[in-house]
Design a protein around this ligand. Structure first.
Ligand SMILES: [Zn+2]
Length: 200
């Protein structure tokens, strides 16, 4: 990405290019936008980065990101302590919270088991999950993991490990999405939806 920019600008572009979804070309565009909007964008963003770096921490209980430990969800007494929803990453937790369909607590694994990438159970927050599931207040563990090979491998492994914990272990339903037209769906989704059919 050779350019005639000074070292500070090159450094900004190099760092921006490491962000997910940004290659060198879009990083240059983003850097230019920041530099052109110094007061409105560059300075407030710099302050937001500094605040986040100083204040955001990982919740020791569930693994979520927040400015407090325990996080706001773990500390919320209105949340149902009987339900733990297991997700791969914080982004999945945020997606479930946006949907507003779950009023229990979460457990963030920090990834998925992957033979290909050499990620074993010790690399994920599985031992703390087993310990939480054994608490008397917990009745159900919901495995809300991706419908991928690694996601399903991880779900099977966790279901085995949780078998002796005295909790119900459940999986998210898979099938026809809201607003989905059968003609647009992939074969795997249609097959899953047919297998998971229920009485009308
Ligand atoms: Zn938490």
């Amino acid at each position: 990405m050779a350019s005639s920019a000074g070292p500070e600008i090159e450094r900004l572009i190099t760092l921006l290019a490491r962000l997910p979804g940004l290659g060198p070309r879009s990083a240059r565009r983003a850097a230019l936008a920041l530099l052109k909007k110094r007061e409105q964008l560059l300075l407030p963003l710099g302050q937001a980065f500094a605040d986040a770096a100083e204040r955001v921490c990982t919740c020791a209980t569930c693994g979520a990101l927040d400015t407090a430990d325990p996080c706001a969800i773990c500390a919320d007494g209105a949340r149902d302590p009987a339900l733990i929803c297991v997700v791969d990453e914080v982004g999945s937790l945020w997606a479930l919270e946006r949907a507003g369909a779950f009023r229990g607590r979460y457990h963030v694994l920090g990834g998925l088991l992957s033979a290909l990438d050499g990620i074993g159970p010790g690399a994920l927050r599985i031992a703390p999950l087993i310990a939480r599931a054994a608490e008397p207040s917990v009745a159900e563990v919901i495995l809300a993991l991706p419908a991928t090979v690694d996601g399903q491998t991880t779900a099977h492994y966790l279901a085995d490990r949780l078998a002796g914990a005295g909790v119900t272990v459940s999986l998210l339903a898979r099938g026809v999405p809201v607003g989905g037209d059968l003609d647009w769906l992939d074969d795997g989704t249609i097959a899953q939806a047919m297998r998971a059919r229920r009485p009308a």
